[in-house]
Design a binder for this molecule. Sequence first.
Ligand SMILES: [Fe+2]
Ligand SMILES: [Fe+2]
Length: 315
Amino acid sequence: MTILMEKPELVSQSDCQNHVDESKELVLDGGFPVPKSLSGEGFLAPEINSFGNSFRDYNAESERQKSVEEFYKQQHVNQTYDFVQKMREEYSKLNRMEMSIWECCELLNEVVDDSDPDLDEPQIQHLLQSAEAIRKDYPNEDWLHLTALIHDLGKVLLLPKFGGLPQWAVVGDTFPLGCAFDEANIHHKYFKENPDYNNPSYNTKNGIYWDGCGLENVTISWGHDDYMYLVAKENGTTLPSAGLFIIRYHSLYPLHKEEAYMQFVNDEDKENLKWLRIFNKYDLYSKSKVAVDVEKVKPYYLSLIEKYFPAKLKW
Ligand SMILES: [Fe+2]
Ligand SMILES: [Fe+2]
C-alpha cells in the first residue's frame, strides 16, 4: 500500500539565498560551496535531481510558492513551546507499536513524501541511497551508515497508527522555541502569529536559555527528527553521540546552514556539527534514480542494526 500525502512543497530560506554561479560550484546544504572539480572525498554530487531541477530548488515551479508559504504559516503559528512539551511527553511513552528498525524501514516505504521536491522514489530508496553513498566514502564509520539508514524513520508520525500528525508537525525545517525567532528562519513573518512571539519570557535573544547551554537543553520544534531521537535513545541504542545528534538536528537548517542560534552550542555540539554537515550533503545529493538493490545490501544493514539496537524497539 502506498499512502500519498498532501503536498506542502517545503522550502528553506537557505535555498533562496544561494545565488552562485552554478557553472563553477555547487552549494551544499551544509552551508559550504564546493567547486565541482573538487567536490570532495570521492563523492560526486549530481547537478540535477530526478526531475531535472537543482536540488532543494523549490522555486522551480512558481505555483508551488503558495503552498510553501501556507505550510510554513501553519508550522510557525502552531509550533509553540507548550505544544512541543506536550508532544515530547506524549511520544516519550512509546506505547504505539513494537517493531524492529528494519520493519520500520519497510513501514515507511508505504509513504511517498510529496513534500520533497527531489524525490519521487519510495522512502527506503532514499534511506539506502544516502547510507550507501556515505558507506562508499566513509567505509570505516559503520555508525554513520546506520544513522543515514534511520534518519527519516520518524516520518511514520504521518501514518494513522502513529497519530496521523499533520505535515507541519512532522516535516519541514525546524527551529528553537523558548527564545526569539531568528530572522534566518524561512518565512519569518508568520511567527508574529505564534502565541510565543509576544511572550516576554521567550522573545529575547536567549529567552529561557543561556550562552553555551548546549542544544540538548534547547526545545526544538516537534517533528520526525526529535521523535526518532527519542525512539533511539529510549530503546538504549549504542550509536555514538554524533549519530544521535544527526538524527535529532538534521532539519535544523537555521543553525547548521545559516549559523543562527550558535550562542547555544557547547563544545560537544561543535564536534557533532562537523558530522552533521558531512551527513547533510549525502542526505541531499544521494537522491537519484539509481535504485539500490535492497535484497543485496539488506544483510549488511541488518548486521548494523543488530550491533547498535535491540531486536525489537518500542515506538
Ligand atoms: Fe529528514
Ligand atoms: Fe532525509
